[in-house]
Design a binder for this molecule. Structure first.
Ligand SMILES: NC(=O)c1ccc[n+]([C@@H]2O[C@H](COP(=O)([O-])OP(=O)(O)OC[C@H]3O[C@@H](n4cnc5c(N)ncnc54)[C@H](O)[C@@H]3O)[C@@H](O)[C@H]2O)c1
Length: 369
C-alpha cells in the first residue's frame, strides 16, 4: 500500500469531510494507496484543534514548504482560491481543489496557466455527486449510447439552507469572498460535471438569476446586505444541439440538498436525484408498447468497491469517500475508475457562469466562448 501524505488548508466544513473520509479508508476494498493527513493549516487556530494533526500552522506557506507533504486539499473561501491553488502547484504538491476553482474566470485562467507550467502536478476539482450509484448508472447509459437521439438534458443542484431569513450572513453571501456568481459558483460545477464529461458543452445561455433574501443578521445585532445570487436557472443550447436546463438554487422549497440529472431520449430516458438516492427511473421506448416509467431500487454499487453489502444505502459521506478514492488512486499513478472533475471542466463551468451573468444583465441570449 502506497501512502500519500496530505496537508489540508482550510479546516472548516469540507476540510473535516476529507479528514473523516481518510479516517475510514478501511471501508474501501482493493485500494493500492491510502491518504495520511500529516499537516493542517487554518487562520483560525481553533478550527485546527479537531484534526489533531502532527503539524499545524496558521500560515499556509509554512505547510507548503514541508518536504514530507505529497498532496494538498484546499477548502477555503473563493477569494483565496487563486492565491493558494497557484502557490500549492508551484510548491510541487498535487492539488485537490474545491470548486468553483477561482472566484471568477480570470482567477480560473490564472490557475490553469500555473497548471500548464507545472505538468508534473496532478490537479483535480471537488464534485462528489457523480459518484452516487444512480449517477454512475447514468454514466453507463451514456457510454452505452442508450438514449438514441437525446432530446433534452435537465440537471440541477437545489437546497434550502437559505430558506430561513434569520440565518446569519456568512462569506457565501458576499461578493468579495464568494464571487459575483453566487449560487452558480457554489453549486454549478456539481451540476455541470456530468454534462461536460459527456461532451454536452453549453454553447449559449439565457440566464434568470434571482436575489431573494436581500439582508441577513450580521451576528453583531445589525443587518448586512446579501449580495450574491440565491437562485439561477440557465436555459442553454448544447454543442450536441439539444436544450439543457441547468439550475442552481439555495432557496428551493422542499429540497434539503437535491442533486439531479435527467436525460430524455428517443430510445430511453433516465431520471436520478439524490432526493430519492435508491431510485433510478428509466423509460425505455418500444414502438406500440405503453410508455411507462420503471423504478429500480438501487443498492450500494460503487465505482470503488467497499465492505458495504450491495443491498444497502449510499449517502453524501459515501460519495465523498468515493471521490477521494478516485483522487488518491490517480495520484498513486493509476487510471481512476471514474475521474474527478478536471481543471478543464472547471474552466468550462466559468465560461458558462460568466456568460450567464451577462445574459441576466442584458436579458439576452449570450454565446458561451
Ligand atoms: N464539495 C462540496 O460539496 C462543497 C460543500 C461546501 C463547500 N465547498 C467548497 O469548499 C470550500 C470551503 O467551503 P467550506 O464550506 O468548507 O467553508 P468554511 O467556511 O466551513 O471553511 C473555510 C475555512 O477556511 C479557513 N480559512 C480562511 N482563510 C484561510 C487562509 N488564508 N488559510 C487557511 N485557512 C483559511 C477558514 O478559517 C475556515 O475554517 C469552498 O470553495 C466551497 O465552495 C464544497
Amino acid at each position: 500500500m502506497k501512502t500519500i501524505r496530505f496537508g489540508i488548508i482550510g479546516c472548516g466544513l469540507m476540510g473535516r469531510e476529507f479528514a473523516s473520509a481518510a479516517a475510514r479508508w478501511m471501508h474501501l476494498l482493493d485500494m493500492q494507496a491510502n491518504p495520511k493527513i500529516v499537516a493542517v493549516s487554518d487562520v483560525n487556530p481553533k478550527a485546527m484543534e479537531w484534526f489533531d494533526a502532527p503539524f499545524s500552522t496558521t500560515d499556509y506557506r509554512e505547510l507548503l514548504a514541508r518536504d514530507e507533504i505529497d498532496a494538498v486539499y484546499v477548502a477555503v473561501p473563493h477569494n483565496l482560491h487563486q492565491e493558494i491553488y497557484t502557490a500549492t502547484i508551484q510548491a510541487g504538491k498535487h492539488l485537490f481543489a474545491e470548486k468553483p476553482f477561482g472566484i471568477d474566470r480570470a482567477a480560473a485562467l490564472a490557475i490553469q496557466n500555473t497548471i500548464t507550467a507545472n505538468p508534473e502536478v496532478l490537479v483535480r476539482c471537488s464534485s462528489e455527486f457523480p459518484f452516487f450509484p444512480g449517477a454512475q448508472r447514468v454514466v453507463q447509459m451514456v457510454e452505452s449510447d442508450a438514449f438514441g437521439k437525446i432530446l433534452e438534458v435537465r440537471a440541477g443542484f437545489c437546497h434550502s439552507s437559505d430558506m430561513d431569513p434569520t440565518k446569519p450572513i456568512n462569506w457565501k453571501r458576499q461578493v468579495a469572498t464568494c464571487g459575483e456568481y453566487g449560487c452558480m459558483g457554489d453549486l454549478g460545477l456539481h451540476v455541470l460535471h456530468l454534462p461536460l464529461r459527456f461532451g454536452f458543452k453549453p454553447t449559449n445561455v439565457r440566464a434568470f438569476l434571482s436575489k431573494i433574501v436581500d439582508q441577513r443578521p450580521d451576528g453583531k445585532g445589525g443587518m448586512a446586505p446579501c449580495e450574491t445570487w440565491d437562485n439561477a436557472i440557465l436555459a442553454c443550447e448544447s454543442s450536441a444541439g439539444f436544450p439543457m436546463i441547468l439550475e442552481t438554487k439555495r432557496i428551493s422549497p422542499g429540497d434539503t440538498d437535491s442533486w439531479y440529472i435527467n436525460i430524455y431520449g428517443t430510445k430511453n430516458s433516465v431520471e436520478f436525484s439524490t432526493k430519492n438516492p435508491k431510485t433510478l427511473r428509466t423509460m425505455p421506448f418500444t414502438q406500440g408498447e405503453p410508455q411507462s416509467w420503471r423504478e429500480e431500487s438501487l443498492g450500494y454499487t460503487t465505482a470503488y468497491p467497499t465492505i458495504t453489502g450491495h443491498i444497502f444505502e449510499f449517502g453524501f459521506s459515501d460519495a465523498i469517500l468515493q471521490m477521494w478514492a478516485s483522487f488518491v488512486d490517480e495520484v498513486a499513478g493509476n487510471d481512476p475508475k471514474f475521474r474527478c472533475a478536471t481543471p478543464a471542466e472547471a474552466l468550462a463551468s466559468h465560461d458558462l457562469f460568466t456568460a450567464a451573468l451577462e445574459s441576466h444583465r442584458t436579458a439576452q441570449v449570450v454565446i458561451v466562448p
